[in-house]
Write a protein that binds this ligand. Structure first.
Ligand code: BO1
Ligand code: ZN
Length: 255
């Protein structure tokens, strides 16, 4: 049996038994209280320097839908200052209906899904796995999905999801994927706090960046996420970790 998952016997509430870091005090996700977080102005604006990815490979690994990135795409500014972090992969978390599915919540409100663009401090840690365990190793840009208009950039991914409905299947996109259209143009307005991987081993290695701008996604598009099959032949849904205590941390609001 899998050592972790999102089911009753192996879900977030018991992860700490096999992955003790999950019981730490720098864990993610958290609720972001937009009214009480402190505003902060960093010296450099947060900017993603993304381009288009040819032959992007996507996988249904039974836990999520993940795209692995070969090209050089970086993010810097904000709490990362002038250190570029390189895009390694992106994936999503989602629910079984529109009322839940995001990992972060804003003012205690959940959204139907959340995109995670995972970057690593590649100049300091050439190996991603090493970065994933280092306190300044990773920075994840989280973008909440809200129900609304169908999103053309997400549609390319929804079409790719249909090719990897089976657990542990892969597909290579035959059209270049425009990574830049996933993220807000120019400077990104965001919340930031120090946190962790939201899945085991829950390393406390992530500078979290949660975009204030959301992506819109139609109900029809969300149905493609929920049609993916998970490890146990059941639909892959509710692959999110509920929020954890902020403990001795604060969230900064940055425009
Ligand atoms: S997330 O963005 O916090 N949901 C997140 C969670 C896990 C990973 C990246 C981002 N990556 C994991 C890999 C594992 C590996 C671990 C440590 O990093 O999926 O295979 O063991 O390197
Ligand atoms: Zn994630």
């Amino acid at each position: 049996a899998a050592t972790w998952g999102y089911d009753k016997g192996n879900g977030p509430s018991v992860w700490y038994k096999n992955f003790p870091k999950a019981g730490g005090n720098r864990q993610s996700p958290v609720n972001i209280d937009s009214k009480t977080c402190k505003s902060h102005t960093f010296s450099h604006p947060l900017k993603a320097n993304y381009s288009s990815e040819a032959n992007m490979e996507v996988t249904n690994n039974g836990f999520t839908f993940v795209a692995t990135i070969k090209g050089e795409n970086t993010i810097s500014g904000g709490p990362l200052e002038t250190t570029p972090y390189k895009l390694h992969s992106f994936h999503f978390h989602w629910g079984s209906d529109d009322s839940h599915g995001s990992e972060h919540t804003i003012d205690n409100k959940s959204y139907p899904a959340e995109l995670h663009l995972v970057h690593w401090n590649y100049q300091k840690y050439p190996d991603f796995a090493e970065a994933a365990a280092a306190e300044d190793g990773l920075s994840v840009l989280g973008i909440l999905l809200k129900v609304g208009e169908a999103n053309p950039v997400l549609q390319a991914l929804c079409d790719a999801m249909d090719k990897v409905q089976a657990c542990d299947s892969k597909h290579t996109l035959d059209q270049a994927f425009d990574l830049a259209s996933l993220v807000p143009e120019d400077s990104i307005k965001f919340f930031t706090y120090p946190g962790s991987l939201t899945t085991p081993p829950c390393h406390e290695s992530v500078t979290w960046l949660v975009s204030k701008e959301m992506l819109s996604c139609s109900k029809e598009q969300l149905s493609h996420f929920r049609a993916l099959i998970g490890k146990n032949t059941a639909p892959l849904v509710n692959n999110y970790r509920p929020v954890l205590a902020l403990c001795n941390r604060s969230v900064c609001s940055c425009d």
